[in-house]
Design a protein around this ligand. Structure first.
Ligand code: TYM
Length: 334
């Protein structure tokens, strides 16, 4: 049976980009499809960026509550935390030992960190780079390979990680036999990268996000802050260069988007467009927002759901890791 897997790093509060790029397609697939689904909180990955225990704790709760508030059914999918599945970091080590350092040198996040140091004239290009950051793609490969996932729906920014996962899996298979499926990346082109307030990719690192469940007033304020150009109402506008349109499109049907293109051509004013976008988003999010608050108010309930998910995940991961350990020469004799 086809296995579909995806994860979200538990840093900060989930935003519209996470929803459109990962959470919504994942939940929709799990409702209609007959595959096996694995959705998880990448909380070990969170430690790469965040060394504040309170924030890590809070973000784990928020991300878990977000998935559930948006309609994830933990009965239909395996929903768990990475850190509750110790087979994942164990596999990370097995994979690290067959992963070329040169492959990791090419990772976008690592290269960006080095470039920043070089641009700042730092004598040490690796300043601030931890082994966690450097080895991030290997942990991600372990996330995917421990369940032999066939498909991984993600935003476009994760494509390179999937290519690396395939490289690592191939190398392991070559050395130790055909243990791993080579996972396919699935990117929804329509919403592949949602833009943030400033028009760049919506990202926690850029501080330009619209969190999913801010109160209505705050949502309105954030939408009013989305950058536009200075074209006045009445002047025809280019929808494809407009962050407002791009976000609208991610939350509208193709027919509604086509109708909105016409309104752009007719010169809809930015103020009106912001109002339309606010109403659309608020309409979609108001129900889940309430559910989210209720879930957050019961952290023990969330914990129970996640631990049940971890049991389901380990029922698969434990025997598979035993097989992999044996394959590399770490078989138990008694
Ligand atoms: P993360 O936590 O940065 O993002 C979670 C998912 O949201 C997508 N995404 C976006 N999609 C559209 N527009 C945006 N502006 C936007 N921002 C984020 C991401 O592409 C991702 O699909 N390394 C991963 C987490 C991870 C993972 C995995 C994913 C760890 N192990 C195994 C899949 C499989 C990450 O940091 O995603």
């Amino acid at each position: 049976q086809t296995r579909i897997l995806t994860g979200i790093t538990t840093t900060g509060t989930p935003h519209l980009g996470n929803y459109a790029g990962a959470i919504r397609p994942a939940i929709e697939a799990s409702r209609s499809g007959d595959a096996e689904y694995f959705f998880f909180l990448a909380d070990y990955h969170a430690l790469v960026k965040c060394q504040e225990p309170e924030r890590v704790m809070q973000s784990r709760l928020e991300v878990a509550a977000t998935w559930l508030a948006l309609g994830l059914d933990p009965e239909r999918v395996t929903f768990y935390r990475q850190s509750d599945v110790p087979e994942i970091p164990e596999l990370t080590w097995l994979l690290s030992c067959v992963t070329a350092k040169g492959l990791m040198n090419r990772a976008h996040a690592y290269k960006a960190a080095v470039q920043e140091n070089l641009d700042a004239g730092d004598a040490d290009p690796d300043r601030g780079v931890t082994m966690g950051l450097f080895g991030y793609p290997v942990l991600m490969a372990a996330d995917i390979l421990i369940f032999n996932a066939h498909k991984v729906p993600v935003g476009r920014d994760q494509i390179q990680h999937l290519e690396m996962t395939r490289d690592i899996a191939q190398r392991f298979n070559y050395l130790y036999g055909e243990h791993f499926v080579l996972p396919e990346v699935v990117v929804d082109e329509a919403t592949a990268i949602l833009q943030g307030l400033d028009g760049r990719k919506m990202s926690k690192s850029y501080n330009n996000t619209i969190p999913l469940f801010v109160p209505e007033k705050e949502l309105r304020k954030l939408i009013m802050r989305i950058v536009t150009n200075s074209q006045p109402p009445g002047e025809p506008k280019d929808p494809d260069g407009s962050t407002l349109f791009q976000i609208y499109r991610a939350f509208a049907t193709p027919e509604e988007s086509a109708a909105m293109r016409v309104r752009y051509a007719e010169g809809i004013g930015w103020g009106e467009m912001k109002q339309v976008l606010f109403e659309r988003l608020n309409g979609v999010l108001a129900g889940p927002r309430e559910h989210y608050q209720a879930l957050l108010a019961d952290p023990e309930g969330l914990e129970r759901i996640l631990l049940e998910g971890a049991d389901k995940a380990r029922a698969i991961a434990t025997p598979f890791l035993a097989r992999l350990r044996a394959a590399v020469g770490l078989r138990r004799l008694a």
